[in-house]
Design a protein around this ligand. Sequence first.
Ligand SMILES: Cc1ncc(COP(=O)(O)O)c(C=O)c1O
Length: 475
Amino acid sequence: MGKKEKATLIENLKKHINLKPLSFHTPGHKNGEIIPAALQNLWPQEIWKSDLTEIGNLDNLHAPQGCLKEAQRRAAQLVGAKKTYFLVNGSSVGLHAALLALSYQKQIFVPRHVHKAVYNGIILAGAQPISLPVTLDKDLGIPLGIEPEVLEKYIHLYPECKLLILPNPTYQGISYKIKETVQLAKERGLTVILDEAHGSHFFLHSDFPEDGLSLGADLVIQSWHKTLPALTQAAVLHVNRNYKGPDPGDFLRMLQTTSPSYLLLASLDGCRSWLEDVGDTLPAKTITQICAFKQEMQDLKNIRIISFSQGEVDPLKMCLSSNKVSGYGLADFLFENYHIYVELAEVEYCLLIFGLDIPNNQLQLLGKALREIDKSLEPLPEREKTRFGQESLLPLSLLSPQKAVYAPKEVVSVEKALGRICGEYIVKYPPGVPLVIPGEVISEAVINTLREDKRGLGKTNVLVVKPGEEKNHGW
Ligand SMILES: Cc1ncc(COP(=O)(O)O)c(C=O)c1O
């Protein structure tokens, strides 16, 4: 037994490739023997050779007994989880599985700034979201998180609701009152799902905000591909030691493909071994480098690195804002003149994400670009700032999101959408936090946002539920 079971995925993958095997199985590229010409010079043949399927000693993601079981066990051990599941469809599939496991036709507390993937899970599970108002940053209008007192109030109002989902950190890297919130939820007997899509690296170093497993969240979902060296879509779902609910694995077996990509799985296994190697030494060095860089950039006149006064901020994130151009303008300057691509641009700021290991000249190049842009902005007049409120409005919801998705619909112009029940998501991607979700009434504030296009949604028509449907279906 022992020896074969203890091999990791990458070891078994290497052994398999070294056998120079003949493929009479899927996939159809036959270990890279048949490569479309358009891709021949783009991907080395080695990549195709690693794109294997569940054969020989490569185990089976849906019933892991060998190297995948070992790879997941090592990942769980690294972060202190009871169990870890590898995901090949991003955090999205982890969130869907967690929500199907825990919220099927039940109430769930949902801060209104969760990602669209959370609402999709809620729709699949037929859950009833109880929206919690979110505190907004007063300068940028971006959501920070919920106040624990607000959660306390809602727990009293909805004593039957026993489930809470929290995004931590936000897309911009802000972790807001999360410790107090999780603690309160646990004391009141709630199960907590933490969407840690942007915080996979938090457990590595104490200068990052605290990670969800240490905070005591029950299920923690992380997009390793977002901030760690893993391929796009590679993600994990961790089950915490205190968790006693239904196994999310049962739902992952329904939702995940039966042909998982071994490139993605190997990238998770490789990433885990990289994390073991770097420990906290590399993150410490990187954090020091980034802090020094942000300090150096303090003397820019027309570009500002935003320092949020509330909550803890992930050092790997940097929001830039300018008194002369919008966040879109800054992003355009960076890519048009320097081929520097940012993660996200909004009216008031743009967001850059650093990796955990920064190549030598990367900060120099970015610093040079920012200094040149800063100078070139000098002659421009000051632009008018967008004004934002401090607390999110809670939209009225007349149909559950699931019922709204199935209800008959029609398309109307934005001008005619006031007071109608929305039949779709109105959402800008990134960051993927919906302005309106299916079932919610389109308010004056939403119409104004769409009309002025404050969030860059570029929307002229809206899909709405046909009149009277709320009477036919109820909430
Ligand atoms: C907060 C948050 N949660 C979940 C997701 C979905 O993650 P993935 O792209 O890994 O499916 C995203 C993606 O941007 C996100 O920002």
